[in-house]
Design a protein around this ligand. Structure first.
Ligand code: NAP
Ligand code: F7E
Length: 330
């Protein structure tokens, strides 16, 4: 007889952009979803408010291994998605130790908790294209050597290799998704895409006059977060764990993003964008563009939202948000 009970997944970082899309995706697939949430003086459930009556929340922090063991013992998930991290590159220069504790050692704490509680749990690690940094080849694949350019990138390289190491040492079903930048209306306001689309909406509505940005020439491979969480799930459904690049295969500069976002509302970005040294980084990742052949061939994964549609979706959502039309999150 096959087991008819719903599968249970635990997501760390459920209050973040990807956590909210992954929770929606897994709930739609019939999973029981447990979200690991750290304690703070104010709850940050904005992105998952519309899901709250369908989720179980458990308290835990990547800085505290006992809390992770306790969460796993209490909820016994079949799959764990490690999306929690200090994920903002600029902050990692100012807080390199905290970034290392969370984004690097936090992965070991969670893997170790799995090894102790139940090594049959399948594990997903949110690795990043930031690991390629000063890129050694174009486009980047699973075999491209890493050369990270920020404390965040360095921490993610550690998280990636400790995942591979636990897979090889303890036979864990642990996969690492090397995801390139992915965005959405739920992206944090400090990341460049959302900073731009929010400012475009604000300028359009007459509430802001200029937009101050750093390096306009940096190029990124941008996709839609809603498409990318499907790849995370597909990795854990394979017989064998592995590492996969997930990307759009296209690269665009910050300048192009600005041009398109302002043009979407009939404006010329050159009239509003001001370059400000304050937003430059001590070391920059100039160009990222990935090759998702392995994910497409093995997982059957395809992205659905293209660059132009992504920019338009984000600008429109920010206009709605600022006009107060948005009832829930899109
Ligand atoms: P995000 O919006 O910044 O969310 C990060 C999440 O981590 C939040 O839920 C945050 O909780 C949680 N968190 C931070 N420190 C924690 C700790 N000590 N213990 C427990 N939870 C903690 O990030 P995202 O864009 O959704 O990205 C998800 C993951 O993918 C991250 O690991 C990121 O580094 C990685 N990644 C992202 C991209 C991308 O383009 N988005 C690309 C590649 C990889 P609070 O709400 O309490 O702050
Ligand atoms: O910067 C340039 C900046 O902060 C993109 C995270 O999700 O993706 C993200 O990291 C580019 C950089 O993302 C501003 O210098 C110019 O070249 O949106 P971002 P990121 O650093 O690529 C990777 C894959 C992750 O894993 C990370 O977690 O835009 N840029 N002017 C600016 N960036 C910001 N934030 N603000 C500016 O004013």
């Amino acid at each position: 007889m096959t087991d008819q009970r719903p599968r249970r997944a635990l997501i760390s970082g459920i209050t973040g952009q990807d956590g909210s899309y992954l929770a929606e995706f897994l709930l739609d697939k019939g999973y029981e979803v447990v979200g690991l949430v750290r304690r703070s003086s104010m709850v940050s459930f904005e992105r998952i408010a519309h899901l709250q009556d369908r989720l179980t929340i458990v308290s835990g922090d990547l800085l505290d291994e006992a809390s992770l063991i306790e969460a796993l013992q209490q909820h016994r998930p079949a799959e764990v998605y490690n999306l929690a991290a200090q994920s903002f590159v600029q902050t990692s220069f100012g807080q390199p130790v905290l970034t290392g504790e969370t984004t690097a050692l936090g992965v070991t704490r969670l893997l170790d908790a799995i090894r102790i509680v139940d090594p049959s749990i399948r594990f997903y690690q949110a690795s990043s294209s930031e690991m390629f940094g000063k890129v050694r080849e174009v486009p980047q694949t699973e075999d491209t050597p890493f050369h990270p350019r920020s404390p965040y990138g360095v921490a993610k390289v550690y998280g990636h290799w400790i995942t591979v190491n636990y897979r090889e040492s303890y036979d864990l079903h642990a996969s690492s998704g090397i995801l390139f930048n992915h965005e959405s209306p739920r992206r944090g306001l400090e990341f460049v895409t959302r900073k731009i689309t929010h400012a475009v909406a604000s300028i359009y509505l007459g509430r802001q006059r200029e937009l101050r940005l750093g390096n306009l020439e940096a190029k990124r491979d941008w996709g839609y977060a809603g498409d990318y969480v499907k790849a995370m799930w597909l990795m854990l459904q394979q017989d064998q764990p592995d590492d996969y690049v997930v990307c759009s295969g296209e690269t665009h500069s910050v300048r192009e993003f600005c041009e398109l976002a302002f043009a979407h509302l009939g404006m010329d970005y050159q009239e509003f964008v001001v370059v400000d040294e304050a937003f430059m980084r001590p070391a920059e990742v100039d160009l990222l563009v990935g090759n998702a052949d392995r994910a497409e061939r093995t997982l059957g994964w395809r992205r659905e939202v293209g660059f132009g549609d992504l920019v338009a979706m984000m600008v429109d959502a920010d206009v709605d948000l600022l006009q107060g039309k948005l009832k829930g999150l899109s």
